[in-house]
Design a protein. Structure first.
Length: 81
């Protein structure tokens, strides 16, 4: 389950950066209050709680750019096992 949530967050940050042109560190600062969070997450060195996951997903929900496609997180579910 942790890997599935990790993949969700990485899909969100990738899509958000593509839609906004923001860097991974700026997005980490805004979404997680930790500029290195998503880099560490990608390298497998970041731990997070379900509460932190929910906070970050909520931030993306509120900050998502108009007209940008939200990643299909359900489609990725099968790829996370």
């Amino acid at each position: 389950m942790e890997q599935e949530l990790r993949n969700h967050l990485l899909a969100l940050v990738s899509a958000y950066m593509g839609a906004t042109g923001r860097s991974v560190s700026r997005t980490g600062h805004l979404a997680a209050r930790d500029a290195a969070f998503f880099s560490r997450l990608e390298h497998g060195t970041a731990n997070f709680t379900v509460r932190k996951y929910d906070e970050i997903v909520n931030w993306f929900t509120l900050a998502w750019p108009d007209g940008a496609a939200w990643p299909d997180l359900e489609r990725r579910r099968g790829q996370c096992a």
